[in-house]
Design a protein around this ligand. Sequence first.
Ligand code: URP
Ligand code: ZN
Ligand code: ZN
Length: 476
Amino acid sequence: MADFDLVIRNGRVATAADVVTCDIGVAGGRIVALAENLGAGERDIDAAGKLVLPGGVDGHCHLDQLMSDGSRMADDFRSGTISAACGGTTTVIPFACQIKGHSLREAVDDYHRRAEGKALIDYAFHLIISDPTEQVIGQELPALIHDGYTSFKIYMTYDDLKLNDREILEVFALARREGALTMVHAENADCIGWLTERLEAAGRTAPRYHATSRPPVVEREATHRAIALAELVDVPILIVHVSGEEAAAQIQAARDRGLPIHGETCPHYLFLTAEDLDLDGFEGAKHICSPPPRDARNQEAVWRGLENGVFDIVSSDHAPFRYHDDKGKMIRGKGAPFAQVPNGIPGIETRLPLLFSEGVGKGRISLNRFVALTATNPARLFGLYPRKGTIAIGSDADLAIWDPERQVTITNDILHHNVDYTPYEGMKVQGWPETVLCRGTVVVEQGTVVGAEGGGRFLPCELPLSARPEDSLAIS
Ligand code: URP
Ligand code: ZN
Ligand code: ZN
């Protein structure tokens, strides 16, 4: 009779704190033993020479999300979670998005229907609040937070999503009362609108002008304002997808003053620059996202922010839009003005290999910091720790077994998303997750998808560790 359902033997097991060589015993989907020479498992996996890391937690990705023109993002919960798993991620947190004029609960119910029976790995939901009415703030949100939707994103730009300062204050005050966490997309909508109109009037509509329409000052101002509003209310917030030095400096300055401001960045700000928006033949359009990738100096500042702690988490911000339709026709038409190209790029599968190779492999961040940025910290920030994001007794056996030597050239045809390009085409990386387990079940085996559609479970989130109400002063 076996002692365990599964034993992973002799791997170098890394958490945010340690790296040790040991066996991992799994029973009932959880980690139940960490020791040398564990007894028999129903199944053994030999991980000698490999790294065993906590499965990644992607705290910011978009799956099957409705767009303002009625279209949907290209990955649903099936293709999106397959792609995530193949890249070493075992938990995703996409967004149930409120449509203005509609209820939030309606958005959540619809999103559950979209996920059910499709996800291969576990998932939680953030909310997007686009219409913070009295009903939403006073009733829907408190009830939803209670039900395990404890983090939400607000936008300071995009006409169909943006909130004004007064509305932002209402959301922050509610987050403070309930102990929830607000994620902020910080760009100044009026500046972008004004610049875009002037660029269009001058005929400057090529993809590279997307970056001109959203310069760093636009992000810096909104980041500063979001932090000021959070300070007024005395609530922690997370500034998402920080693109460069100026916004990072705002976060650092706030922290220096003792404010609980968290920062997120994404691979596109580490591996792409605004020059990629100027590639020939409308290829630049494949790199349009907001905020836009900046210059090499800003890219360097983002790397520094990973090293010095400005950033708590690295998320994919996977926003899957196809470039061509099924018949090979360019969806937006070659030469579409930048303002008509959907914002966002794919990256749910490449997030971890890129950061591992260029960060850990090139000695810029330690293996522990890699685990913290990509698994432990997002799990903590969004109320899933220690169930997710670490390797510890009692945690879910969400594990990724990496071959740290494997050399891979990233091309779109090796990826599993439903997007017809990757902005990282041709990049060479070293290190790739080969076998991936969710709650002790193998979902990717030596690079082959073996998980069952619908095997992933919904995860209600606890209150984020950084935002518990008892840590704050009372404010009415
Ligand atoms: O350009 C981006 N980042 N698009 C995805 C949606 C968002 O704002 O995160
Ligand atoms: Zn955003
Ligand atoms: Zn996003």
